[in-house]
Design a protein around this ligand. Structure first.
Ligand code: PGA
Length: 220
């Protein structure tokens, strides 16, 4: 089974930062050949997707793109929203249900289920974040990311044993691919990805530096 290394930049990086990040990554031969059995995806702010897509193609990098969110509506009069089909022009993946969206933007299970169905219809690969083993998971989700709130950005990850037991429970509920996320770094990623039910990691802070992102891919 392939290991998924998915970076979530959150609200970080401007155009020049993203270009420099890709330049640094392009200096590593592994990024052109691709690492065996690894799938690497970066989810930048929407504003960077087009330029990054063009640069990834130009440089021939083994890197895929995704968005961090999508609208719960189809195209139309919804000022400020970006639809799943608009995302699909630029990337293959979308993160839905991150705890920061649930907390700061009051996204409910019902709203998230609507986003999932629109993302599915648009042909996106859906990475759905859950905060525990019992979080509702809508029909149509492709990848489930277990992200305990205490571990996000705190420097204190869950234990690999507990992450494995939650991942196993999520697989028992029908999840095909399960990731762990929350304070994953190059020096601890293997303790998670070596667990039998964990197929990769969703990474915030440690994906912001190109060298660290490459180390995550190598070590996973
Ligand atoms: P972190 O964030 O790696 O910075 O803890 C993970 C996430 O929120 O996806």
């Amino acid at each position: 089974m392939k290991k998924y290394i998915i970076g979530n930049w959150k609200s970080n990086k401007r155009l020049q930062d993203a270009k420099e990040w890709l330049e640094s990554l392009a200096a590593f031969p592994e990024m052109h050949e691709g690492l065996p059995d690894k799938v690497s995806v970066i989810c930048p702010p929407y504003t960077l997707l087009l330029e990054m897509k063009l640069l990834i193609e130009e440089k021939g990098l083994a890197l895929q793109l995704g968005a961090q969110n999508c609208s719960p509506f189809e195209m139309g009069a919804y000022t400020g929203e970006i639809t799943a089909s608009e995302v699909r022009d630029l990337g293959e993946y979308v993160i839905i249900g991150h705890s920061e969206r649930r907390e700061h933007f009051h996204e409910t299970d019902e709203l998230l289920a609507t986003k999932v169905s629109l993302a599915k219809a648009a042909g996106l690969i859906i990475i759905f974040c859950v905060q525990g083993k019992d979080t509702p998971i809508p029909e149509g989700v492709d990848i489930v990311a277990y992200e305990p709130v205490f571990a996000i950005g705190s420097g204190t990850p869950d234990t690999p044993e507990n992450a494995e037991s939650v991942a196993k429970a999520l697989k028992d509920r029908g999840a095909a691919i399960v990731l762990y996320g929350g304070s994953v770094k190059p020096d601890n990623i293997a303790t998670f990805t070596s667990q039998p039910s964990i197929d990769g990691a969703l990474i915030g802070g440690a994906s912001l530096e190109a060298e660290s992102f490459l180390a995550l891919m190598k070590n996973a």
